[in-house]
Ligand binder design. Structure first.
Ligand code: GLU
Length: 309
């Protein structure tokens, strides 16, 4: 698959990819700031491009007005994208093309199992493997639907041509990582039973089509990386470098997220919000103006993570 033309620009391109399911909270500003700093820290001041992509495929979870609110919050913090934002909901043809490619290569298969079917089969196999509340699919439909209607499409992690089901990579902050996707995650969904393209597929297609060289995002997403590397290999797409930034925890120790109703980020005093995000990234507090603070953090970031192509 050749997305976005053969010649990628020889420059750093990073992105912040919020889902418009609500306004930014303190945790999402940490991820936004980290990816912005990384782009600005590239190549000793000749800074890289920083893009914003709205991951709005899950329409029922999207909230009216969240896009403009997020853009206003970023603007208040002087985190300005270098190009107009893109929206996944407007890029469906690209995801369809990727699925067609995977079907053609025999790397995905239709699955007719309901959650109940999967539970029953796992019990029959004496397996109760579940991770993050998700069942590890036992591969029931790999050999055919046996009369069941197709519900979702799954990536075949044990197909003969998937050479790296056990994936190794180096996270720029977390260090060496390894995941055996076939056993830990199983054959994961790329096209959901409601007809929606799964996050794993869309993110891989978009990162390639937008020539993203460096993915900087919250550590809660680190666990998805191996699946994304497998999909990149299956689609013959380049693999960006990954850095997963620290999470902000709520007082009860849980990660801040829109799902657990984290408070909307107050950007009426941007330096206050940015200082809190910077602290989560291990950067020193800054007392000057926003522009000075950002410039100082770019220098520290370059020293800590030195983004290179
Ligand atoms: N849309 C995802 C989120 O808001 C981010 C995905 C990514 O950065 O890969 O958590």
């Amino acid at each position: 698959m050749n997305l976005g033309g053969a010649s990628a620009p020889a420059t750093y391109t990073g992105r912040f990819a919020p889902s418009p399911t609500g306004p930014l909270h303190a945790g999402s500003l940490v991820a936004a700031l980290a990816s912005w700093l990384d782009a600005r820290a590239w190549n000793a001041g000749k800074h890289g491009r920083w893009l914003v992509r709205f991951e709005d495929l899950d329409r029922p979870r999207c909230v009216n007005g969240a896009v403009s609110r997020i853009l206003r919050q970023l603007q208040a913090c002087s985190l300005l994208p270098d190009e107009p934002p893109v929206f996944q909901s407007q890029r469906i043809a690209l995801y369809r093309q990727a699925i067609d490619h995977l079907v053609g290569a025999g790397l995905v298969y239709p699955c007719g199992c309901s959650r109940r079917d999967i539970e029953v089969e796992l019990a029959r196999l004496g397996q109760t493997r579940a991770r993050h509340g998700e069942l590890v699919y036992p591969g029931t439909c790999r050999l055919g639907l046996r009369g069941k209607p197709a519900l979702a499409w799954r990536f075949h992690t044990q197909a003969a041509t998937v050479s790296h089901a056990s994936v190794d990579w180096v996270d720029r902050r977390l260090g060496p990582q390894q995941q055996d996707v076939a056993t830990v995650v199983g054959d994961f969904v790329v096209l959901r039973s409601d007809g929606q393209f799964a996050y794993q597929l869309a993110v891989v297609v978009d990162d390639a089509e937008q020539h993203i060289t460096h993915v900087v995002r919250g550590e809660d997403l680190a666990d998805n990386t191996a699946r994304q590397l497998l999909l990149q290999a299956a689609l013959a797409l380049p693999t960006p470098q990954y850095l997963h930034s620290p999470l902000v925890l709520a007082a009860n120790g849980e990660k801040l997220s829109k799902q657990n109703a984290a408070q909307a980020l107050d950007t009426s005093r941007p330096l206050l919000a940015l200082n809190a995000a910077a602290a989560a990234l291990g950067l020193p507090e800054h007392a000057g103006g926003v522009a000075d603070a950002l410039a100082a953090w770019v220098k520290t970031w370059r020293h800590l993570y030195n983004p290179v192509l």
